[in-house]
Design a protein around this ligand. Sequence first.
Ligand SMILES: [Zn+2]
Length: 427
Amino acid sequence: MKISHLGAKDCVTGSCHLVETEPGSSDSVNILVDCGTAAGDDPVLPFDQFPVPPDKIDYLFLTHAHIDHIGRVPELIDAGFRGEIICTHATKALLLPMLRDAMSFSARTDKDIQRLETLLDELSWGFELSETFTLKKGITFKLSNAGHILGSCFILITFPDANAKDYRVIFSGDLGCTDTPILPDPDLPESCDLLILESTYGDRLHPSRKGRTEALQKLLQKALADKGIVYFPAFALGRTQELLYELDRIGLNVPVFVDSPLGLEITKIYSSLEEFWDKEAKNLKATGNHPFDFKGLYAVQKYQDHQKLLDINGPAIIIAGSGMCTGGRIVDHLKHGLEDPRNDIFFVGYQAKGTPGRKMIEKKIPVKAGIHTLTAYSAHADQQMLVDWVHAMPEPPKEIRLVHGEDKARQALAMALNRIGGAGLNT
Ligand SMILES: [Zn+2]
């Protein structure tokens, strides 16, 4: 068996991993895990350089519906892929709106987008969490909750061997933090032979979650006191809903605008999939308090309304995509708002190298507005959480490969994992 890391091997975006059960043989079962778009300076491998042509890939697992894990699926289909797409029910619900939006920014015609949507719908299947299912040649898989965004999972794939013990591989996908708003904490992993582990924040410890909401409240009150505007560049999927949840808890008396048609559509899907929420969110809803809808929250759907919003006077909070300021409505807002010292930008997610968000934080783009980064709101587990998660396995894995992290993060996580010992580390 061979496992190749075709994307996000030593960076954070463009996730793509390939399993070949019998490399070079026509009998090989070929499994791809994620097929995402790269951001900033991160590389992607062209499909014609894949070790296996797309039409020979039997299964495509999707760990979750963020674009850096699913964004290249339409191109993979264009390149001949017709295998089964396997994901959770919630990921299946999020897949089409996310890819429809991504494709609308490409050169594709409406007819072509419709054709791909139909194919995506036909090829993709939602599966239950925590149940075992069988694929070709006795290979089995189980999806478990990863607590990163709605529907996110980590995947255990078991490969039978007639002469030896089964070989078990876990792909962590993106692992969430404990105490993420709306979502239950990640499930604990079973034992495996090989663990492919993400390491986005392998070199960081997030500030304590206790008091996180109060800290955000204080920062916001300070930023809004001069009647400025607070901008949250935010991913439409996950981050936008988490922010709404926190702003609902804080209850500031200022208007909050979600200026993102995709963010609004995804928020509706989050709302409708209550069975995936954590207890806290479910309890709020049961008492008649929707956990991420409140008075003073405005949906900005139409482009004309977006244009009107550019001239609004503060105090106000505007949530708009994209999360790394690489495009979308946030770019228009920042063009207007960066030169006003009363305004503030709050970054609440990972910013890839070379993206405008990262450049702003590194002060390579000088601005008059205040810049804040909120690491307590990361959607990724920090070093301690990753170590604890690996440590929770009944037996340590025989091998761990660290992916999905910059060099510094992978090296720091490798050192921390070495301290607990027991696993062959391959970074
Ligand atoms: Zn993600």
